[in-house]
Design a protein around this ligand. Structure first.
Ligand SMILES: [Zn+2]
Ligand SMILES: [Zn+2]
Length: 551
């Protein structure tokens, strides 16, 4: 049975190909809408009956999903795939190139590969195609460069569970615990190139039929086996001995600088019985795998026994409902948070400037506040905080008057539009918003989308200083494509006494669980429970907000 995510991927490809082949535009629009929705639906749609499906989707889409009950492919899509040159599939991965633009490049200029496209851009040929122009051409060049630099990397969230389950299964097959993740995945990097595993199982023994069901082995040598998972994620397995297992695990986990600094203080290649023993012999407090990024002094000094964990999070902060661009109703969303045993939720739909995301006009905000008041009476002692994700305009002004902002329990401010700014402009824009007395939390600081687009450049020290001066909390946006502010800036924020809130930016109930990715990233930066804003219980949060209002 196909998962919702797999169907979502099929739909989005189908939509792109319909546009590329200049076929049914309406169906393409329905498919991309459905593709987005599918990612936020909890039950597997293939298991739903026709009536239930019709409640979620248009009849055209319902029909396609019904077809997927007996087969895992869509015939019309397969035909389009046959008609499409290979290179165009890769071109689809270039940011900003949708089906329509690709159709023009392909049909009018016979460009059918990324290399040909880059060449045509550099020869100034793309600018002359109707509907493109110099600016689009420059953007395509940048997007291709970005694509090449991110090629073959994955978001941590799309690899983590596969990697952990692979290690679990290998431990069961070989009945040994001396099999562990190492490298970037063990450090929980925000993006990773491959799954790395270290084990005492020899490369010869790895050639076992049970293993062949888990990974496809490509090359196998005494020291190292190269393979990939069924999801096409590359896997490197390092082979070692039982005596050297912990030493090698340590060497293969930390980044180069970290390993070097510790290695200078210990006996190399000694038989250690645990990683803790290695740090002890280096006379350095034990450092958790995710923090072994560098040898920065804070890393050694602070120790890491009080780092925030997922269970510490008491409230779900920064969420969108059907009032703006969320999938679930306000009622369903807050009830889900309560059921998950959170003490409070912060509802922050989009403000009016974000019209493409259903941003709320002033009258609508007041109506939503009224709804929340009613729900709060019903759900007490669970608490819904009235909030907004307020756009930071180009000038740094906020999207609503102070008169309205004052009526929220708290305000999250974020940049969503006109992202092309230099560092001076971007920092000034953020600082102006931070200085607004009604800003409580600064949302996704740089606007980056990992492996898709870099954020605008920010002088993060200046911005953090402004947050410290104005008692503004900084968000670690826990969407695995954002993880913004980057964890590497957390030590500076902690030094300045700025609190961090780990926010799912949920657009559906399913996305509340994004919190997990935010926590993983924040721990890399050494975020402790006591500096995590939404690790505060409800009572403390209420007091904090009160103090902020009167400061
Ligand atoms: Zn946002
Ligand atoms: Zn948001």
């Amino acid at each position: 049975m196909l998962s919702n995510r797999e169907i979502s991927r099929l739909f989005s490809l189908y939509a792109e190909l319909l546009l590329l082949h200049q076929k049914d535009e309406r169906l393409a629009a329905l498919l991309s809408g459905a593709s987005y929705r599918l990612r936020n639906i909890n039950e597997n749609v293939v298991g739903l009956n026709k009536e239930a499906l019709l409640k979620l989707f248009r009849p055209e889409i319902t029909k396609i999903i019904n077809g997927l009950k007996t087969t895992s492919s869509i015939e019309a899509l397969d035909e389009l795939i046959q008609l499409t040159p290979q290179g165009l599939f890769e071109m689809m991965r270039i940011k900003g190139l949708g089906g329509k633009k690709l159709a023009l490049l392909w049909k009018t200029a016979a460009i059918d590969s990324i290399d040909a496209l880059l060449k045509a851009c550099k020869n100034n040929e793309v600018a002359n195609i109707k509907g493109f122009g110099t600016k689009t051409q420059d953007n395509i060049i940048k997007a291709i460069e970005n694509y090449h630099s991110n090629e073959n990397r994955f978001h941590y969230a799309s690899v983590a569970d596969i990697a952990n389950s692979l290690v679990d299964k290998l431990q069961k097959i070989f009945k040994t615990k001396l099999i562990s993740l190492c490298g970037e995945v063990r450090r929980k990097n925000t993006t990773v190139a491959c799954i790395e595993i270290i084990t005492t199982v020899s490369s010869k023994d790895l050639n076992n039929s049970a293993v062949h069901k888990l990974v496809i082995i490509q090359t196998s040598q005494k020291q190292q086996t190269k393979a990939h998972t069924l999801e096409e994620i590359p896997v490197t397995i390092y082979h070692t001995t039982a005596e050297l297992f912990y030493y090698d695990l340590f060497i293969r986990t930390g980044n180069e600088n970290h390993v070097k600094k510790i290695r200078n203080r210990i006996t190399i290649n000694d038989c250690y019985t645990s990683e803790e023993a290695i740090y002890k012999s280096a006379d350095v407090p034990y450092i958790l795998p995710e923090m072994r990024e560098d040898a920065a002094e804070w890393n050694f000094k602070k120790g890491n026994d009080k780092l925030v964990c997922t269970e510490d999070i008491k409230g779900v902060v920064h969420n969108h409902t059907r009032w703006s661009d969320g999938i679930d109703s306000l009622n369903d969303f807050v009830n889900a948070c309560k059921k998950l045993k959170y003490e409070y939720v912060v509802i922050s739909d989009h403000s009016k400037n974000a019209h493409y995301a259903g941003g709320l006009k002033e009258e609508k905000v007041l109506k939503q506040m009224h709804e929340i008041d009613k729900l709060n009476k019903k759900l007490a002692p669970f608490k819904i905080f009235k909030s907004i994700e307020c756009d930071i305009l180009v000038s740094g002004e906020l999207d609503y008057s102070n008169e309205l902002l004052k009526q929220f329990d708290l305000v999250i401010t974020s940049v969503h539009q006109l992202l092309k700014m230099n560092e001076t402009k971007a920092s000034a824009r953020l600082i102006k918003a931070i200085e607004n007395p009604y800003t409580t939390i600064l949302g996704h600081m740089t606007g980056r989308q990992l492996l898709i687009r870099p954020g605008y450049p920010v002088d993060y020290k200046k911005v953090i200083d402004a947050c410290a001066a104005n008692n503004v909390v900084i968000e670690v946006n826990a969407n695995p494509y954002r993880l913004d502010m980057d964890w590497s800036n957390i030590p500076y924020a902690l030094d300045k006494g700025v609190m961090i809130s780990i926010n799912p930016d949920a657009h559906s109930i399913a996305e509340i669980s994004n919190i997990r990715w935010g926590v993983a990233a924040a721990r890399k930066g050494g975020l402790t429970k006591d500096m995590t804003w939404n690790a505060m219980p409800l009572k403390a949060i209420k007091q904090w907000l009160k103090n902020k209002k009167f400061s």
